[in-house]
Design a protein around this ligand. Sequence first.
Ligand SMILES: O=C(O)C(=O)[C@@H](O)CO
Ligand SMILES: [Mg+2]
Length: 259
Amino acid sequence: MPRFAANLTLMFGERPFLDRFAAAAEAGFGAVEFLFPYEHPPETIADRLRENQLTLALFNAPPGDWAAGDRGLACLPARSVEFRSSVEHAVTYARAIGATKLHVMAGIAPPDDRAASNAYRESLRFACDRAGDADLDVLIEPLNGRDMPGYHLADFNRAADLIAELALPNLKLQFDVYHRQIMHGDVLTGLQTLAPIIGHVQIASVPRRGEPNTGELNDTAIFDALDRLGYSGFVGCEYRPVGSTEEGLGWFALYRNRG
Ligand SMILES: O=C(O)C(=O)[C@@H](O)CO
Ligand SMILES: [Mg+2]
């Protein structure tokens, strides 16, 4: 049975961020993930994880200035110095909070922009090198253009090609079922074909990005497929609860307290 990680950026949003750890543990999660923890000292995050006996499944490197429209820096040649220091900052956090997986966002640039593609490759080499020193996998995640217009990595095949080309042992694919379904469909075949390079999975209903099994996909069949494929990582619950998070956890009854 898959092991689930509550995404604390989207779930338990009724509470301040630091209170969401206890809420996730109380709801029966054994793991959590979140996007950007940088407003809080890493020691505080580490304490919350330890106090609530939670494993950290994944977090994101700093994305640049989100309010100004940045969605990562990795493909932006003019921002390479800032990108490198964002990776160093993330690795410092990762060591302190016991992370093993780091999502590095690409940034906004057309997929066919050659300077951006070259910068992206260089940035991933740098990130994997630094992350490797801390036993961290670096994840890249194709994002759909409806939620993330202009994002540089917007195709699963391209992500797979890039991972093959760079051949970095700690560069993996973040397979977000929500984005996959919007961009390509064919979710089960995608999981099977890409299984060797998948480092993390995320789930949400399509199209609303709500609770599993409330949209156009059979998420139970997806969880069963992950089992058959021998996927041993966490499935991040990166969804926006329709009402209160707890009220929407009916789907989780089968899986709670299973790691
Ligand atoms: O949007 C998603 O999906 C994510 O996983 C984030 O890390 C990036 O926006
Ligand atoms: Mg995602």
